[in-house]
Write a protein that binds this ligand. Structure first.
Ligand code: GLU
Length: 495
């Protein structure tokens, strides 16, 4: 039997961490087993539909490198890749109706004509009696004549499953072990709504069957739906797939990961400067482990080592600091050229123009040790690419020590400019060799002088190592900026 697994997102927004972790585990399992990874859009609940979700789902998968063997064509989701389609449930509505009819004919389902008003009444009454709000099965055993009458009037109706009233439904879950549900806790749940659209349970299992899914790996929150699915499989006379419910993901405060833990959508991670390989690694450890200590695991090792047996049953904790740390590790592993490539779009967005990669590359070694996010690279390095005068406060330029002595600062800068203008080799050792001794000559502390030069050439007080920075910035730009600072100071100091 060759493994076939699926990721079945509903287009209700941009995929978040929990959801995409499910995609990742399915993908890893498929790749480990040499099986097929299938993407299916569960888009039959139009009330929860969010415009643009499909794009966000495809982009998230593509960004993380989770390629699929079958599913909607990302370029045109109304087309399919694979021979088990359509892979969008909204295009399979007829199929679900056919299978619902089959269940009705076999006596496993029935049409229910109860009006929403009646159902609300029933619910209210049960609530008043502090009972679980279940359907009272009014239409389950309608006398034949009454049913015929209702049917002949073509009244709006839903199709409900005839849940066994007694007994138990049991199944095995690879992660959670043997699970048993008492049937009397289950409702006669709806299979088809009055508009003919299926509910999740019906569409999901019909598709899993028709798409020949062998293993269902999904979030823990679906565990309570599984007995309904198992009952449906039994009613159809189908063998259920193997189930593995992945552990819940908690925030650092141990509450279920949610909006209040910040935006944890995949595309938000991308846009805030995370590398896909870092998020991949991080997500892969949310509920799975290689051993008890290995944190940095590359894609190939994940594929090679992944097994359902090592999926943990305990909730996983989402720790953003750990993710940032991991991102820093991956940033430092990238070759310079590659890191420049990946940083460039962020820089371009900030500067509003294109940036020459070959100018960016020499900047990379100056900052890569200090950054955890690609966006930080931009904050640290954009001054290399600014055209024209830098923006900073003259106060910042002077710092505390020289706050009242712009003339002293001007003299110092002038001396520096003179000393370095004609340097034969514009390299950091030569620059340092020329500038460092000047502090003493000028009667200044090195820190003071370097601080002054730093603000003049970078526009900021914290920047990469000064002489390396000047070397990369180049003679012309460095001198231009020093002279511009000098003019500012001269304008401040009385002649
Ligand atoms: N459409 C469901 C979701 O949004 C799929 C659940 C399942 O995998 O069965 O997660």
């Amino acid at each position: 039997m060759s493994v076939r697994v699926r990721y079945a997102p509903s287009p209700t927004g941009v995929p978040h961490v929990g959801n995409i972790r499910t995609a990742l585990f399915n993908w890893l399992f498929a790749r480990h087993e040499g099986g097929a990874f299938i993407v299916r859009l569960e888009d039959t609940d139009r009330t929860r539909y969010v415009e643009g979700s499909e794009r966000a789902i495809f982009d998230s998968l593509a960004w993380l490198g989770l390629d699929y063997n079958e599913g909607p064509d990302p370029g045109d989701p109304s087309r399919d890749v694979g021979d088990h389609g359509p892979y969008m449930q909204s295009r399979r509505v007829e199929t679900y109706n056919r299978y619902a009819d089959q269940l009705i004919e076999a006596g496993h389902a029935y049409r229910c004509y109860c009006t929403p008003e009646r159902l609300a009444e029933v619910r209210k009454e049960l609530q008043r009696r502090k009972l679980p709000p279940k359907y009272d099965r009014n239409c389950r055993d309608l006398p034949g004549t009454e049913r015929e009458k209702l049917e002949s009037q073509a009244l709006p109706c839903v199709v409900r499953f005839k849940t066994p009233l007694t007994g138990q439904t049991a199944f095995n879950d690879i992660v959670r072990g043997d699970i048993v549900f008492e049937n009397d806790t289950l409702d006669d749940f709806v299979l088809l709504k009055s508009d003919g659209f299926p509910v999740y349970h019906l569409a999901n299992i019909v598709d899993d069957k028709l798409m020949e899914i062998t293993h269902v790996l999904r979030g823990d929150e679906w565990l309570s739906s599984t007995p309904r699915h198992v009952l449906l499989y039994q009613a159809f006379g189908w063998e259920p797939p193997i189930f593995a419910h992945l552990p819940m993901i908690l925030g650092p405060d141990k509450a279920k990961l949610s909006k209040r833990h910040g935006d944890t959508s995949v595309l938000a991670f991308r846009d805030s400067g995370f590398l896909p390989e870092a998020l991949f690694n991080f997500l892969g450890l949310l509920g799975w482990s290689l051993d008890d200590h290995t944190e940095i695991i590359d894609r190939e090792t994940f594929i090679h080592q992944f097994s359902l047996g090592r999926v943990l049953a305990n909730p996983a904790v989402f720790n953003r600091e750990k993710l940032e740390w991991m991102n820093g590790v991956y940033i430092r592993q990238l070759p310079e050229q590659e890191l420049a490539e990946r940083t460039a779009p962020f820089l371009e967005e900030k500067l509003g123009r294109t940036v020459d990669r070959t100018l960016l590359q020499p900047v990379i070694p100056l900052i890569r040790e200090r950054v955890k996010l690609l966006t930080e690279t931009v904050e640290m390095a954009d001054f290399f690419f600014r055209e024209g005068e830098l923006e900073y406060d003259t106060k910042t330029l002077l710092g505390k020590k020289l706050a009242d002595a712009p003339a002293v600062a001007a003299t110092a800068l002038q001396a520096v400019v003179q000393r370095i203008s004609d340097l034969e080799h514009w390299q950091h050792e030569a620059l340092e060799g020329a500038i460092r001794p000047q502090a003493e000559e000028l009667g200044m502390k090195t820190g003071e002088l370097f601080g002054l030069i730093r603000v003049a050439v970078t526009g900021r007080t914290a920047a990469p190592p000064l002489f390396e920075t000047m070397a990369v910035l180049g003679r012309e730009r460095s001198l231009e900026r020093l002279e511009s600072a000098l003019r500012r100071l001269q304008a401040q100091s009385p002649a």
